[in-house]
Design a protein around this ligand. Structure first.
Ligand code: LMR
Length: 396
């Protein structure tokens, strides 16, 4: 049965973890996967999470099956975080949300539902994008194309290319957009860019699929939701995949959500019924723990403030690391100006390092980055930064 099975390539991101774990060098540094580690190099367990978990444990809650769409209080909290406290869409019942197995699970549920809805559609993702976007939509049966996005020369957005490509897609294409903290480049659209994208999406009747996995890591929780809210005000229908892996430091709990903005409440009931079928036939219903913790924090005013403070601390520390990285590389007379790193948002920097340079970082220095040159700046700290910057200067 299995004699003809070929060896699959290692996952470009998670595969790095396997290689990193097998590496025996004591001063190795993992800048591959998008995981925030603190100044001590550890994944933090947030104080708000610890408190919520203590209360949940004390309550000795039974672990029955959740509804297919997940915990109601969680789904509601997701909507508010994305669309704001006073969102008319929420009040009008125009948003449906289902708990998902992380942001990836939300994308996959949305992709499977869309395949039934628009079987002949094309999916468009940014060039470059998170590696799993292409794989995931292809696995759902869609042809996937790139739209131009990143301009390596200016380290900014190729605005003209982006808009032209969105215009030239077949009408009613599914367009995957990074709502904030673009993965892998860290380069986001300006409000004017978003407005221009929105106009084209409307004109070409594209289906926007906003992916927001880093809310709070750019400029703040509210600020980072600006693109989602722009689409919300537009009257368009759209999809949103969101995740608490990073913002709650709950990577392994797989806490995400799929939200769909629909035309009206009645349409919402029909759409929800179909999304529930997708979930039921994939994994039946979601797990309890992570979403219970997130719902407990978001729905308790004190814990919520505590979480927002901790999220702000993570955001500020990343920014400090970005600035320090730029400064150290300049002090080392690196053969390139890395000033752009300070302008980028979120956990990543598209460093401009070539595949060969990334390979040298790994083999000579035990520093792991994604082959495209993406480095996770959220994994830098004052101890490993000098090691990293010296190594980068050496491989340039
Ligand atoms: C990343 O891009 O590193 C994260 O989103 C983790 C993942 O699943 O790839």
């Amino acid at each position: 049965l299995f004699s003809a099975v070929e060896m699959a390539p290692r996952d470009p991101i998670l595969g790095l973890n396997e290689a990193f774990n097998a590496d025996k060098r004591p001063d190795k540094v993992n800048l591959g996967v998008g995981v925030y580690t603190n100044e001590e190099g550890r994944i933090p367990l947030l104080r708000a999470v610890v408190e919520a978990e203590a209360a949940l444990t004390a309550a000795r809650a039974p672990r029955g099956y959740l509804p297919i769409e997940g915990i109601a209080a969680y789904d509601k909290a997701v909507q508010t975080l994305l669309l704001g406290n006073d969102s008319p869409l929420i009040q009008q019942g125009r948003v449906i949300t289902t708990q998902a197995i992380g942001g990836t699970g939300a994308l996959k549920t949305g992709a499977d539902f869309l395949k039934r809805l628009l079987p002949d559609a094309t999916v468009a993702i940014s060039d470059p994008s998170w590696e799993n976007h292409r794989a995931l939509f292809e696995a759902a049966g869609f042809p996937v194309r790139n739209y131009r996005y990143y301009d390596a020369f200016s380290n900014g957005v190729n605005r003209g290319g982006l808009l032209e490509d969105l215009k030239n897609l077949p009408a009613r294409s599914i367009v995957v957009l990074h709502a904030c903290c673009h993965n892998p480049t860290g380069v986001d659209l300006t409000p004017e860019d978003w407005q221009a994208v929105l106009e084209i999406v409307r004109e070409r009747e594209h289906v926007p699929f906003l992916d927001i996995a880093y809310q709070g890591f750019g400029d703040g929780i509210e600020e980072d939701a600006a693109a989602v809210r722009l689409f919300a005000q537009s009257g368009l229908t759209f999809f949103v995949s969101s995740s608490f892996s990073k913002s709650f430091s709950l990577y392994g709990e797989r806490v995400g959500a799929l939200s769909i903005v629909v035309g009206d409440q009645e349409e919402g009931s029909r759409v929800l019924s179909q999304v529930k079928r997708v979930i039921r036939t994939n994994y039946s219903n979601p797990p309890t723990h992570g979403a219970s913790v997130v719902a407990a924090v978001l729905n308790n005013p004190e814990l919520r403030v505590m979480w927002e403070t901790e999220l702000g601390e993570m955001r500020d520390r990343i920014r400090t690391m970005r600035l320090a990285m730029v400064e150290q590389l300049a002090d080392l007379n690196a053969k390139r100006d890395f000033g752009f790193v300070a302008q980028q948002r979120g956990m990543f920097s598209y460093s401009g390092l070539t595949t060969e340079q990334v390979e040298r970082l790994r083999s000579e220095f035990g520093i792991y980055a994604v082959g495209t040159g993406r480095i996770c700046v959220a994994a830098l700290n004052t101890r490993n930064l000098p090691v990293v910057t010296k190594a980068i200067a050496a491989v340039l």
